[in-house]
Design a protein around this ligand. Sequence first.
Ligand SMILES: C[S@@+](CC[C@H](N)C(=O)[O-])C[C@H]1O[C@@H](n2cnc3c(N)ncnc32)[C@H](O)[C@@H]1O
Length: 265
Amino acid sequence: MQHTNIILKDVNAVYDGPEGVLWELIMGEQIHVGGMSSSQTLANKAGIQKGMKGLDLCSALGAGCRFLVKYYGVNMAGLDGTKTMHQKAQERAKAEGLADKIEFKLGDVTAIPWPDNTFDFVWGEDAWCYVVDKEKLIKEAARVIKPGGVVAFTDWIEGHIPMTPEESKRVLDFMKFPYMESMDGYRALIKKAGLKIETDEYLFPEFAKYVELYLRMLTEQLTSDALKIIGDNMELFQAMGGEMMFMLEMAKAGKMDRCRFVARK
Ligand SMILES: C[S@@+](CC[C@H](N)C(=O)[O-])C[C@H]1O[C@@H](n2cnc3c(N)ncnc32)[C@H](O)[C@@H]1O
């Protein structure tokens, strides 16, 4: 499994800066593949019910928390390690009149600032790929859920066909991921944390469809908006397009993928 030297500080630079704004432009406030329908599937598989209390790990703009509060009648907490995301999440919850139902904290998901057995569920959408120590992250997630509670997440992972070290380095460097977990790697980490797996799904081949959609958004609809965000730097825009094309190639070949997990304590 290929690793880079990327740490949280490098990820902060992405989400404090123009790259984070660019991701929101092409993916929306829910910065994950499949937007609301992916969240609904995850919530339904996890058995999220009215009155539950959940924690979104890597909550970004807080859109996942707001979705769960509005459509599933839960109370939420959100933890994110980037100041800009934390601030915007608070502002947007307030603007939607949901501030009393969501508590946001700024911090690292490998050291969760809540006591043991606090939540009915822990939630994560397409973000744990940024975390260096995923073993610690899942151990922490297991610690803060109550007995019988669930950890439910989607994430970007290695595909069923291995990438070459060069291919892997190129994707990780572009995406600012320290490494991508594999399906078996996640299964092992979840079991090690003492959780029982209820859902473990590869989302191949739909991942490639979405990478293609984001590329089309950038090149066929939102070009000038994207350029504006990156200071009208056409060279950078073309370089980023090239990296996304490469990611599409990897996704189509099954070398890069996405997963969905639900595991119970
Ligand atoms: C792709 S966004 C998450 C999107 C969000 N789950 C959603 O569906 O809208 C990735 C987020 O992970 C956060 N992040 C990455 N590593 C982190 C860590 N170790 N601790 C806390 N937050 C982290 C980043 O700050 C960023 O806001």
